[in-house]
Design a protein around this ligand. Structure first.
Ligand code: FBP
Length: 333
């Protein structure tokens, strides 16, 4: 039997919700279209001299890559028609982009990290796009500064050996793979469940000098030899949050990017609440995992500004709960 396409699966899910307007379905399908266009640009970037720096800096103070800019443009353009979206917030834009012609009837705002894992771009490493969909409110940036529990859908595109799309609209996590021969995303797993525990951890240990002692203690604990608790864990850090999270979604384990108070570090964590942490946290919780700042559930975090960062730990229930215990100064006996 043929695997259902993304469009078919979305429409069948929509029909299961009486009263659904079909607008969310259209938005999710659009992310599928944008994913295919970005995948194509990634595949030919080296041939077209589209790798390397764009010689511009974004609001984060990071030098933008040409593909950061290109992916951002593709996403902005993808939601410019059809009157659904009034505002788009992006890691690459200081202010939200306002779709003036949709301002009357548009009922949604979208938020995205167009190219996650930028340090992997020029070395053909794993990359991703992370997205979140919210209902529009009174309009303006303030509209977006809400808890992660107000997302109506979230997901990511993983650009690896295969291009994958993973999303949730509050009814479980769904996994699709792009079949390049027909240019369609096909459903490979309708209800992805994250294992309750794993064997791998993803962290940039090179930054450990800036960590709190409790974070270092947690990392040392994972590396101790104790078969009974499945230790030592293996390090699995790809430089792409989407790539690492996808592994954890399927195999379990933990990714963490803690506060790094060393010089040049990230005193409030590196990852951005609205378009990196909130969307992945919704996926994790829908798949039976957990996402924490170390002291608070990520979905309960209400950011004060569009590009706010937080310390972030995400993954299997066992490891993230253990991480929180270590940060409270507790240690398993
Ligand atoms: P970008 O969205 O700018 O790529 O930043 C996020 C990220 O690249 C994650 O994908 C990755 O896990 C992390 O930052 C890598 O950071 P570091 O190079 O400090 O380990």
């Amino acid at each position: 039997m043929n695997l259902p396409t993304l469009d078919r699966f979305i429409l069948e899910t929509e029909h299961a919700h009486p009263g659904a307007t079909g607008e969310l379905s259209l938005l999710l399908m659009r992310f599928g279209v944008a994913a295919k266009r970005i995948a194509r640009e990634l595949a030919v970037a080296g041939l077209r001299k589209e790798l390397g720096s764009a010689a511009t800096t974004n609001v984060q103070g990071e030098v933008q890559k040409k593909l950061d800019v290109l992916a951002n443009e593709i996403l902005l353009e993808t939601f410019d028609y059809g009157g659904l979206v009034t505002m788009a917030a992006s890691e690459e834009l200081e202010e939200p982009f306002v779709y003036t012609r949709n301002s009357e009837q548009g009922r949604y705002a979208i938020l995205f990290d167009p190219m996650d894992g930028s340090s992997n771009i020029d070395v053909n490493g794993t990359l991703g796009t992370i997205f979140s969909i919210r209902r529009r409110g009174e309009g303006g940036e303030q509209d977006l500064l809400r808890s992660g529990r107000e997302q109506i859908a979230a997901g990511y595109i993983l650009f690896g050996p295969a291009t994958l799309m993973v999303y949730t609209s509050g009814d479980g996590v769904h996994l699709f793979a792009l079949d390049p021969s027909i240019g369609e995303f096909l459903l490979t797993d309708k209800t992805v469940r994250m294992p309750a525990r794993g064997r791998g951890f993803a962290v940039n240990e090179g930054r450990s000098c800036g960590w709190a002692p409790e974070v270092r203690a947690f990392t040392e604990y994972l590396k101790e030899k104790d078969p009974e608790t499945g230790r030592p864990y293996s390090t699995r850090y790809s430089g792409s949050l989407v790539g690492d999270f996808h592994r954890i979604l399927l195999e379990g384990g933990i990714y963490y990017y803690p506060v790094d108070s060393a010089s040049g570090g990230k005193p409030r964590g590196k990852l951005r609440v609205l378009y990196e942490c909130h969307p992945l946290a919704l996926l994790a919780e829908q798949a039976g995992g957990r996402a924490s700042t170390g002291s608070e559930q990520v979905l309960d975090v209400v950011p004060q500004a569009l590009h706010d960062r937080i310390p972030f730990a995400i993954g299997s229930m066992t490891e993230v709960t253990l991480y929180e215990r270590f940060l409270r100064g507790e240690r398993p006996s």
